[in-house]
Write a protein that binds this ligand. Structure first.
Ligand code: XIL
Length: 316
């Protein structure tokens, strides 16, 4: 328990789940989500650009507020996600012929409005999400193509000005073990620090596989590579998918893998929190994005828990 401040779960709005074709016993779900099992939450989708600024200059906080308001009502802390990301943008963002000036103004306005709306409510903000390719170079998003790495500086500078109390994070996947991409994330941190721009933490998404080979020591090494920079770390979107169907064997592998990453976070001072990317298998993004894989969460459809739940309890 070196420094763990919270254990949370992301959650979506009932409306989003219905649109995704998921109907489920919300009462049973809500009891676990809001009833004391978790100390923190994140809106799975509701604070993303697509929902908060679906048309240029038109803001909507209905989806994000659902999770933020429930967090407040039930005493959970709120991790906010995500201000600048290349996915789930309003369509216009990839269509407008931006100049550096107009795109700068758009990024600033988006952050002022969204982080401004949630000011004081966000324990953490994922300011920039997934700016890196697997080899550690920058992803060629609309933001990068027009502004280069300047867009990252602008996003952090603006978020720091708008909500000075929120901890500001860079968030990405495949940085849960030492790699070129993990080094790339450290480079972003140093770039910001060199210019005196505030960054407080790095988020390791943690979309892992039960069959994969990442070890406890590799997780520890990656987390330490960031805490050594005097940053905090959080595991922000943890789920560990397996090849369907779930069997005794792959569920045991999954338990081991959950134990590894939770254990690594618990053991390294400066790893402050863990968020599961929805605890309930039927509400997981995994089956849609990774065909043939699933059962990535901690609760099966019938609301019994995975062996991994006990693995986490053992690691905590
Ligand atoms: C996913 C959501 O879970 C899905 O519901 C949505 O359709 C797509 O996005 N990395 C991130 C998250 O930072 O925002 C993504 O969430 C999963 C990958």
């Amino acid at each position: 328990k070196a420094g763990l401040q919270y254990f949370g779960s992301a959650t979506d709005t009932p409306g989003q789940r219905e649109r995704a074709g998921l109907d489920a016993a919300y009462a049973q779900y809500d009891k676990i989500m809001w009833g004391g099992e978790f100390g923190s939450t994140t809106p799975t989708n509701g604070q993303k650009w697509l929902f908060t600024e679906p048309q240029q200059g038109v803001f909507n906080f209905t989806e994000g507020d659902y999770t933020a308001n429930n967090a407040k009502k039930h005493g959970l802390s709120l991790r906010c996600h995500a201000l600048v990301w290349h996915n789930q943008l309003g369509e216009y963002v990839n269509q407008v012929q931006w100049t550096p000036e107009t795109l700068r103004a758009q990024i600033v306005s988006h952050i002022e409005n969204v982080a401004g709306h949630y000011k004081g409510q966000c324990n953490h903000w994922d300011v920039v999400n997934e700016a890196l390719e697997e080899d550690g170079t920058y992803r060629k998003s609309v933001f990068y193509n027009v502004l280069g790495e300047e867009y990252i500086k602008l996003a952090f500078k603006t978020a720091a000005r708008v909500d000075p109390k929120a901890k500001l994070y860079y968030n990405d996947y495949s940085i849960e073990w030492p790699s070129k991409k993990t080094e790339g994330a450290a480079r972003i941190v140093k770039m910001l620090r060199d210019e005196g721009i505030k960054i407080d933490g790095v988020g390791l998404q943690g979309h892992l596989t039960a069959e994969g080979g990442v070890t406890l020591d590799q997780h520890i090494a990656a987390i330490k590579s960031f805490t050594d920079l005097d940053l905090e770390v959080a595991v922000t979107e943890l789920d560990i998918r397996l090849q369907e169907p779930a069997t005794t064997t792959n569920l045991a592998q999954q338990k081991e893998k959950y134990k590894n990453i939770v254990g690594a976070c618990v053991q390294v001072k400066g790893c402050v929190g863990i968020t599961i990317w929805d605890f309930y298998d039927p509400f997981s993004w995994v089956p849609y994005f990774f065909p043939g894989e699933g059962a990535a969460g901690l609760w099966f459809a019938n609301f019994t828990t995975h062996p991994a739940y006990d693995g986490i309890v053992e690691a905590l």
